[in-house]
Design a protein around this ligand. Structure first.
Ligand SMILES: *Cc1c(COP(=O)(O)O)cnc(C)c1O
Length: 406
């Protein structure tokens, strides 16, 4: 769903499957919030590898730690104890108030584990056909189960039959979830993003999250919050749900947790932490020492360098700048976000802005067809935020102008 509408069709990669509409830019290296392509052109990173590069690129504390780890050990096996797993798990529990963690390699894997836990949680209670509440416009990944939970027909098209056992409701509609509770006796869990990312930076309200927590408590359901994109400090708190003062039962993480090293984690509270026993779930790569070290160091550096505060402050500066710079511009529908998870919704498809921004030296994303999305590294400075606005604002204004006069 991130593909720009117009993809350059000359393929410099004839042996790579065409699953992405890629821009014809080959990046060579990066430093902080700056990227350099193979021709030496410089780009400001407003995308962070899709919310992955928490510490930006070539971070002076992160790189030596990973180099040391690579020399020491990259992978062992889950046949044996992996002390770094316990270290990272303990830290994630401390930050979230939850109690146990399962490690994997990606967002969809963390979500897949969450869905399996919800089903087994139901079976353990004698519910043979457990159902899970999911949301319109949600995105949870591209495995068969997670694309079935996803609320985007484009992600599902061509891959039926979908996995059953999902009940779909609209976001921020308490009555819909209470209705489902009455009509569907087999519901065991509610599964949602605190801020929908691929769906267009669409936040759940604080009131809604609290209401869902209450319904889950009343019904004995699991509250499962997909924080794969909005978690890991991006909104200015460790996890986006913490703005609502609630605690979930199950929380999938991935993207920003390893600052670029593939990693996923399923963090569970007491209701869910002991649902899986030996043999119920596993992964060969998950929890390997390199990924665990990346997670441990990412969290350590985020704390040392005050990156939560930075995300909140720089995010507010960017949102202010966007509001001022686009004030009264026809075609701008909404500017929203929290911390460094920001969306500018336009009144028309704007995938073309991706290439225009790259040409102008800025990496961004366009999602849900009409939403310009910013997910920069959490190390972005005020000066870089101003540069980002200086490039992006005229591009958006020009794009809307051209589209009207064309
Ligand atoms: C990106 C994303 C996923 C999928 O993560 P992958 O690592 O690409 O499998 C799942 N949920 C949310 C909210 C995401 O943003």
């Amino acid at each position: 769903m991130n593909a720009p509408e117009k993809v350059p069709l000359t393929s410099p990669e004839p042996h790579v499957m065409a699953t992405y509409g890629r821009l014809p830019v080959a990046l060579s290296h990066g430093d902080g919030c700056w990227l350099y392509d193979v021709d030496g052109k410089r780009y400001l990173d407003g995308l962070g590898g899709i919310a992955v590069n928490t510490l930006g690129h070539n971070h002076p504390k992160f790189v030596p730690a990973l180099q040391e780890q690579v020399a020491r050990m990259i992978h062992s096996s889950n046949y044996y104890l992996v002390p770094l797993q316990e270290q990272l798990a303990a830290k994630l529990c401390e930050l979230s108030g939850l109690s146990k963690v399962f490690f994997c390699n990606s967002g969809l894997e963390a979500n897949e584990a969450a869905l399996k836990i919800a089903r087994k949680f139901g079976h353990d209670r004698g519910i043979e056909r457990p159902e899970i509440i999911v949301y319109e416009a949600a995105f949870h990944g591209r495995s068969i189960a997670t694309l079935s939970a996803t609320g985007n027909p484009k992600v599902q098209a061509g891959f039926g039959p979908l996995v059953e056992g999902f009940v779909r409701v609209p976001l921020n509609d308490v009555a819909a979830i209470e209705r489902a509770a009455v009509e569907r006796p087999n519901i065991v869990a509610v599964f949602l993003e605190v801020i929908q990312g691929e769906g267009g930076i669409r936040p759940t309200t604080v009131e809604y999250l609290r209401a869902v927590r209450r319904v889950c408590d009343e019904r004995g359901w699991l509250l499962m919050l997909d924080e794969v994109q909005c978690g890991m400090g991006r909104t200015g708190k460790w996890f986006a749900h913490q703005w609502a003062g609630i605690v979930p039962d199950v929380m999938p993480l991935a993207k920003g947790l390893g600052s670029g090293v593939p990693i996923g984690a399923l963090v569970c509270g007491p209701k869910a932490a002991d649902v899986f026993g030996p043999g119920n779930h596993g992964t060969t790569f998950g929890g390997n020492p390199l990924a665990m070290r990346a997670g441990v160091e990412t969290l350590r550096i985020m704390e040392e360098d005050g990156l939560l505060e930075n995300a909140a402050r720089i995010g507010a500066e960017i949102i202010d700048g966007l509001r001022q710079g686009l004030d009264g511009v026809a075609g701008v529908v909404d500017i929203r976000g929290q911390g460094l998870m920001i969306g500018v919704e336009l009144d028309r498809p704007c995938g073309a802005l991706l290439g225009q921004a790259a040409e102008a030296g800025l990496m961004i994303s366009v999602t849900a067809d009409r939403v310009v999305r910013l997910l920069p590294p959490l190390v972005m400075t005020s000066a870089e935020a101003r540069q980002l606005l200086e490039i992006l604002l005229p591009l958006i204004r020009g794009f809307l102008q051209d589209a009207r006069t064309a």
